[in-house]
Write a protein that binds this ligand. Structure first.
Ligand code: SIN
Length: 283
C-alpha cells in the first residue's frame, strides 16, 4: 500500500483533501491520524481571512456547494499553533497554500519551505469563491506557469498543483504547471455551481455561487484525471466525490497514483480509513 509521490513517502495512497479536515486537530480526537496516507491542510494564506458571509454551505443532490472564501488563521498562527500540533504525528503533512497575488503565494511558500514538519506544498490555484487570485491563476495557462515557477524557486519542498475543473481544457493548465516544474498535480477542485430556494426566490448561498463537490462530480473528475494522466508525466492525485474504496480504485484505473477524500469526511468521519482498508483488496 506504500507509495512515494513527489518524494513524499506515504503509508498508503489515501489523503484527506484540503478544506475538509481543518488542520487535523478535531479529527485527531476521533481516530489515529497516522493511519492516513497524508493530511492536506485547509488553505493557508499570508494574513488571516474571515471568509465569506453565511450561509456558505448547502447540501445538493449527491453533493454540496460551499463558498467558504478561504477562511483561515493566516501563516503566523499556522506556524505557531497548527503546525506544532501536527508535529505530534508522523503522517506526512501537505500544506495547501492560497493567495491573492503571486507575491503572497511566494511569501507563504518560502516560510513553509523552512519547516521540517512540512512534507509538501499544494498550491491552490482553483478556489472559485474569492474575488482576487486563486482560481484566476488556475484558469490561465500563462499565469499558472508564472506562479508555479515562482513557487518552485521559493521552495525546497515538493510542489503539488491543485487544478480547477472550471476550464475548457484542463490538460492545457496541467501541461503549463508541469512545464513550470510542478512535482505532481491534484485534481479536481470544486465545480462552480448555484442553488436557489424556490420559496424565498433567493440564492441559497450568500455569495450566490459556490463550489460543487461530492459524488455528483465524480464522473467529471474521473474524466479529467484520465485526460490529465495522459497529457503529463508527473504523478496525478485524483479528487472528486470519492466515498468508497471502489471510487478510489476507479480514479486509479483512470491514471491517478493516489487519491484525496474530501466531502466524504462530512458524511462518515471514518470514510478515509474504510477506503484504505477496502483498497487493499484491489491494490
Ligand atoms: C473555500 O475556502 O472557499 C474553498 C476552498 C477551495 O475551493 O479551494
Amino acid at each position: 500500500m506504500g507509495i512515494e509521490i513527489a518524494g513524499i513517502k506515504m503509508k498508503n495512497p489515501v489523503m484527506v483533501a484540503s478544506g475538509t479536515f481543518g488542520f487535523g486537530e478535531e479529527y485527531s480526537e476521533l481516530y489515529d491520524l497516522n493511519r492516513l496516507g497524508a493530511i492536506v491542510t485547509k488553505s493557508v494564506t499570508l494574513l488571516p481571512r474571515e471568509g465569506n458571509p453565511p450561509p456558505r454551505i448547502v447540501e445538493t443532490p449527491a453533493g454540496m456547494l460551499n463558498s467558504i472564501g478561504l477562511q483561515n488563521d493566516g501563516l503566523k498562527v499556522f506556524l505557531e499553533k497548527h503546525l506544532p500540533y501536527l508535529s505530534k504525528f508522523t503522517v506526512p503533512v501537505i500544506v495547501n497554500v492560497a493567495g491573492e497575488t503571486l507575491d503572497e503565494y511566494v511569501d507563504v511558500v518560502k516560510a513553509l519551505s523552512k519547516e521540517n514538519r512540512v512534507d509538501g506544498i499544494e498550491l491552490n490555484i482553483s478556489c472559485p469563491n474569492v474575488k482576487k487570485g486563486c482560481m484566476a491563476f488556475g484558469i490561465d495557462p500563462k499565469l499558472t506557469e508564472e506562479l508555479v515557477k515562482a513557487a518552485k524557486k521559493a521552495s525546497k519542498k515538493p510542489i503539488i498543483v491543485k487544478l480547477s475543473p472550471n476550464v475548457t481544457d484542463i490538460t492545457v493548465i496541467a501541461k503549463a504547471a508541469e512545464k513550470a516544474g510542478a512535482d505532481a498535480l491534484s485534481l479536481i477542485n470544486t465545480i462552480m455551481g448555484m442553488a436557489i430556494d424556490i420559496k424565498t426566490k433567493k440564492p441559497k448561498l450568500a455569495m450566490i455561487t459556490g463550489g460543487l463537490s461530492g459524488p455528483a462530480i465524480k464522473p467529471i473528475a474521473v474524466r479529467m484525471v484520465w485526460q490529465v494522466a495522459q497529457a503529463v508525466k508527473v504523478p496525478v492525485i485524483g479528487i472528486g466525490g470519492i466515498m468508497t474504496a471502489e471510487d478510489a480504485y476507479e480514479f486509479m484505473l483512470a491514471g491517478a497514483s493516489a487519491v484525496q477524500v474530501g466531502t466524504a469526511n462530512f458524511v462518515d468521519i471514518e470514510s478515509p480509513l474504510k477506503i484504505i482498508e477496502g483498497l487493499k483488496k484491489y491494490i
